[in-house]
Design a protein around this ligand. Sequence first.
Ligand SMILES: C[S@@+](CC[C@H](N)C(=O)[O-])C[C@H]1O[C@@H](n2cnc3c(N)ncnc32)[C@H](O)[C@@H]1O
Length: 336
Amino acid sequence: MDNEILGQLFRQLTDTDSSEKEIIQLLQKVKTILHKNSEYAGNYTFDDISLNKGVAVNCKLASDCFDDYLRTYSFMLATFRCIGNKTKRNTEKVKILYAGTGPFLTIILPSVFLFSSDQISITTLEINENSYHYSKNLISKLSKTDYFEANLHQNALTFETEHKYDIIISETMDKALTREPQIAIFSHLVKFLKSDGNLIPQNVKIDLIASSIKLEKNVDFYCYTDKRTRELNNKHRQFIKTVLEANRQFYETAKLVESESLFLTTICTSQVKTKLNELLLLTEVQLYEDFILKEDDSWLTKKYICHSFSRKTRGKDFNIYYKNNESPIITFKLKD
Ligand SMILES: C[S@@+](CC[C@H](N)C(=O)[O-])C[C@H]1O[C@@H](n2cnc3c(N)ncnc32)[C@H](O)[C@@H]1O
């Protein structure tokens, strides 16, 4: 019964005519069914896992990500579209690796209802024991085991395989690529991607902007499109430079060393207008083709205030680094 309802809800979700309000209502209905079938009680478990390249978030937080509705919807639809395009070209099953499923296998779930098990084969990795447990419950309760080649309770950072995948998915990130291990995970897994394969997200772009916290407007609610706040903020902001584009080329070429900072670029702040006293990092996440999360569409793309000028730093050049340690972050250092 729940199976049929979920299939119906996912079909409605992929109907691109649905309004934002309808999408949120559909996802709320989906969530109720997922809670029931995974037997997830929604209780807080203090089970963040500290890795040497970022934090794997606890089961409650991973489950709450579902309520970041535009994020959830966009990841689901982008993945569905990407698989759809591959099934048109592939004669064999589309092989998918999904790192960090959370309790609900959120991103891949519509696709196991909308494609047949002859079309896709999925391997999942989840490091958190509780999330892993609930995701396994869900697969068996929804009778979807034949879609999965393997469900592994494993750290994606140390995963090894002889297989190559058509699509590798991971949403293990926070705004400005802080805290969670997205960069480290994709840098490791990219070697298992076929030459014509796709990473989802395809690109994470981080722009450095000068602004003033006194002039900045904040959105009233996240996970609703709010172009107006973006437009208002853009009136006073000054673009400085794109400091990182984390995409396949980056993952294949950047020399990430554990616990070391990776040099990204140098920025010059001599042209920054005097009324702008802060530097912000803005995140834009391109999931696949035209599925893009822009500033404030989701928690992943909230602005991140990273520096306030002092007399010592105003007008100076900075070197920008990505810190690849247990607390990843983009950092600044005055250039000598
Ligand atoms: C932000 S949640 C996202 C959950 C789900 N994919 C979604 O989109 O709603 C990230 C998930 O990745 C898992 N994770 C983080 N680092 C991991 C790693 N190194 N190996 C396997 N799983 C990891 C976390 O335990 C968590 O369940």
